[in-house]
Design a protein around this ligand. Sequence first.
Ligand code: AMP
Ligand code: MG
Length: 285
Amino acid sequence: MGNNGDGWHTPAVEALRAGPRNQVVDLDTNGTPGFDGDKEFGTKLIEERGSVLSDLQEMLFANGRLGDERSVLLVLQGMDTAGKGGMVRNVIGHVDPQGVDHTAFGVPTPEEKRHHYLWRIHKALPRDGQLGVFDRSHYEDVLVARVRQLVPESVWRRRYDEINRFERDIADSGTTIVKVAMFVSLDEQKERLAERLERRDKHWKYNPSDVDERALWPEYQQAYQDMLDKTNTDHAPWYVVPCDRKWYSRLAVMELLIDAFERLDLDWPEANFDIEAEKKRLAES
Ligand code: AMP
Ligand code: MG
């Protein structure tokens, strides 16, 4: 899509890459960086681009079947109501579920608590040829763990370097990592929580502790900013995505993923049998 007034005038990977331009406190969570189309156009584009993503993912899967060890990992990190679940349904929902390794990380179980915080993350990494999706991640261990003082500062402070090394190893072993930090405004969050209280089909999503987290918003903003500053590496880049407009955030993540797949320069794998001979055998069978 060129700069024709109805699409991306700056690629999502450029417009959203974490950096001095998009500081958490100043972020316009209602913005649509890089994109000048409206909701109707953006929504239509999600469908079109979804089939592109689907083909790319199938190509990765096909190559994985034949020994290609590469994979893609999408990390979704954001406060409650940022739209992580909807992102999975509406973006990842375009691809064949058999090619997706999805994991949602909640409060660590007693077993997980007995291990290093990266233990459960390591176990959930995508297999060869798969698209891994993390709904929350190891970053909770420098976000909620920091803000809620679940561990002393000396412990969470050294996690940034540890996470960078961990992600370096993952990238070196063939996983393309795309990290998405999702932000809604405090007002938008209030509306989304209110809806969860109004609607019987949304009560299950409501957690009374979400209201307590709202009081810690400035602390969370600081923790998110430090996370972005300290772990925005070239092997595992962060993208800062405004999420008040769900259609925009979904379209943006769609584009970030398509970019990651395109950089793999995938093609359909060569047949590992003699096609002509097989045609002949089939005709004679
Ligand atoms: P939800 O995504 O709404 O199911 O909520 C999951 C909850 O688990 C959130 O409140 C997270 O902050 C919490 N959580 C996830 N990972 C951790 C962690 N490593 N330590 C403490 N709490 C966590
Ligand atoms: Mg929740």
